[in-house]
Ligand binder design. Structure first.
Ligand SMILES: Nc1ncnc2c1ncn2[C@@H]1O[C@H](COP(=O)(O)OP(=O)(O)OP(=O)(O)O)[C@@H](O)[C@H]1O
Length: 602
């Protein structure tokens, strides 16, 4: 399935989701660590309760009892100090465990996404570029980290504080609380609107400043051209215009800020004054105490602050939900090639026969083009079959189908008599060794590259394979022997050496069927001879299907299969096919003779 296209907004930020639903995934992941999760939640609850309920209550007691009642002010202040202690400790515990959960969830999600990616069939990576997927793994998980570690905690804390706070306010003085709750949106809505506008303008402002920087760098680094062409006055004008644009944007920004500040002060303090006024009237009529008013204002400020914080983090939460849903998709993606519920076992010992019968196949991304059409070919155990054909004839596709990276639309492929679709793909691939055109190596040690398909190979076996692949001499001369790091993609080796490492790897794998895609890149005669020699040893006693580019290979093959447009057009041996004067004869003249096949000349 194709994932939605790269979800990037103009600011190059991952796109937010429409609802917070996908964040459930984060809670599910975090709940796998019940101890940390519970401690974090308890700490969250305790700190929120202390801030929104206990502190204002303490204040009320200090005013009503301490000042007005029993005169034992100290007692209430001691109580307040204990609360402060609990708040400090609770906050630290909350911070530690919530951040811990954030990092843990991200580590788990990364691993799970990666493990799932490793299961997926190649068609998934054709529809979704690896670059896009890896950027998701990095960017989206970073957002989740931020969301779990910070945003979600802020949101939960403030939601709890707002709810508790409002409850407390209603308990303290229901009348005043009604006023507050009705007045709150009147204060918040204009502030949120102005806040958004300010954010947009600030971004414009930064862009304009960047323009000024851009002009400066450009002109200063081309000073000789500017002066040589007498463009100082024009450049000064251009610069001034850019500076003026910066100023103009800044003017709008400061204007909005000024209005916003005026609004902020008037609305918030005006509202407070009105509340106090109303409260004072209630105090004079004896309906509520002075301490209640104090506690009310304190808790009211906390509720307002929480509501403000919630509106601020909402955007981040939605972005987090977007990231969670995209990562969820990557985790849930199912491979299209799977083992049947009861896979049929391949016969033991392996025989190494491979049979294609009436196989027709189109790649999922190009369903209208047939890459392989009515392909029928039986390769007997121990036989070497060379496939030749012009570019795009479908040669590599035959390999892809043999390894069951795709299933054909019609026809069957059997390995040792078992249809590939009935067997476990892992068991099929265990019986094959692929030597790709360019020996693909990993940024790892020579040893790990050699034993890539056979991790438990002994030191002796590794050297034996290296010897057979004509790789021993250069491997021995590496600075740290087999432990030498080969660099990104094996960049520290030559092309011919990389090919020989790939051959040794296939030897170690010791699979009954060899899929060999001969390199087209020309090597020097000596290197060529070493590679060819290694290949011959690799092919001995194995069923070999080889995409051939060298005359030596086609000559040595038991049969040559000539492909064109996905079909087999000729089958035979070199002498017969050359004499027939068909496609093979033309290809042979073009390809094999002109490349002056060095090994053939031996
Ligand atoms: N992953 C893919 N998705 C879509 N189409 C593909 C894919 N791989 C190959 N094709 C198409 O399938 C056809 C057969 O390609 P294939 O790679 O098998 O040819 P080839 O004979 O190996 O060519 P070459 O010698 O150039 O490697 C071509 O038309 C090619 O464009």
């Amino acid at each position: 399935m194709a994932l939605p296209p790269a979800q990037q907004t103009s600011e190059n930020e991952p796109k937010p989701a429409r609802s917070l639903g996908p964040l459930r995934m984060i809670f599910r992941e975090a709940a796998k660590y019940p101890v940390q999760y519970s401690v974090a939640m308890v700490a969250l609850l305790v700190t929120a309760t202390v801030t929104s309920l206990a502190l204002p209550s303490a204040l009320r007691l200090i005013i009503d009892r301490g000042f007005g009642g029993d005169g034992d002010v100290g007692r209430w202040f001691r109580y307040l100090l204990v609360l402060v202690g609990i708040l400090g400790l609770g906050t630290a515990v909350r911070f530690y465990f919530i951040s811990w959960l954030g990092e843990r969830v991200v580590a788990d999600v990364r691993t799970r996404v990666y493990d799932n990616l490793l299961r997926l069939s190649p068609s998934f990576f054709e529809e979704n570029s690896p670059k896009e997927i890896s950027s998701r793994m990095v960017a989206d998980t970073a957002i989740i980290e931020q969301v779990v570690g910070t945003t979600l905690s802020v949101a939960l804390r403030n939601a709890i504080m707002a709810i508790f706070g409002i409850g407390y306010l209603f308990w303290l003085a229901p009348q005043l609380a009604m006023w507050l709750v009705m007045g709150l949106p009147l204060v918040m809505i204009p502030l949120v609107i102005f806040g958004r506008r300010l954010k947009g303008i600030s971004r414009d402002s930064q862009d304009r400043v960047a323009d000024v920087g851009g002009i400066t760098t450009e002109v200063l680094s081309a000073m000789k051209i500017v002066q040589g062409f007498n463009q100082e006055i024009r450049e000064s004008g251009r610069f001034q215009a850019a500076v003026e644009r910066t100023f103009a944007t800044a003017k709008v920004r400061i204007m909005i800020r000024a209005v916003m500040t005026a609004l902020l002060i008037t609305l918030i303090f005006g509202g407070l004054v009105l509340l106090l006024w109303r409260g004072a009237v209630l105090v004079t009529t004896g309906e509520i105490s002075g301490g209640t008013i104090g506690a009310f204002i304190f808790a009211g400020v906390i509720v307002a602050g929480s509501a403000g914080a919630l509106t601020e983090v909402m955007g981040d939460l939605l972005r987090g939900a977007g990231a969670a849903s995209r990562l969820g998709e990557l985790m849930a993606e199912q491979p299209c090639i799977t083992a049947p519920a009861r896979p049929q076992a391949l016969p033991e010992p392996p025989r190494g026969s491979l049979a294609f019968a009436g196989v027709t196949f189109s790649y999922p991304t190009r369903p209208e083009d047939r890459a392989i059409e009515d392909f029928t070919l039986t390769i007997e155990p121990g036989e070497t079959v060379a496939i030749v054909g012009p570019s795009g004839a479908g040669k590599s596709t035959v390999f892809q189908l043999a390894e069951r990276f795709y299933d054909p639309q019609s026809g069957t492929i059997k390995l040792d008599g078992v249809p590939l679709t009935q067997a476990d793909p892992a068991a099929i691939r265990r019986r094959m060794a692929l030597v790709p055109q360019e020996g693909i190596l990993f940024a790892a040690s020579a040893r790990d590259n050699l034993r890539y398909g056979a991790w438990d190979a002994s030191e002796e076996a590794i050297w034996e394979a290296a010897r057979a692949a004509n790789a021993e001499t250069f491997l021995r001369s590496l600075p740290d022997g087999l432990d030498t790091f080969l660099g990104e993609g094996g960049a520290r080796l030559s092309g011919g050496q990389r090919q020989r490492v790939a051959i040794a790897r296939a030897l170690l794998r010791d699979a009954p069927i060899l899929l060999l895609d001969e390199a087209t890149s020309a090597l020097d005669a000596e290197s060529e001879r070493l590679v060819q020699d290694a290949l011959e040893r690799l092919m001995a006693n194995r069923t070999t299907l080889v995409i051939a580019h060298r005359l030596a290979t086609v000559r040595a093959a038991d049969r040559i299969v000539v492909m064109e447009g996905g079909r087999i057009v000729e089958i035979g041996d070199h002498a017969g096919l050359s004499a027939d004067g068909g496609l093979y004869a033309r290809l042979a003249t073009l390809q094999f003779e002109t490349t002056a096949d060095a090994p053939a000349a031996r």
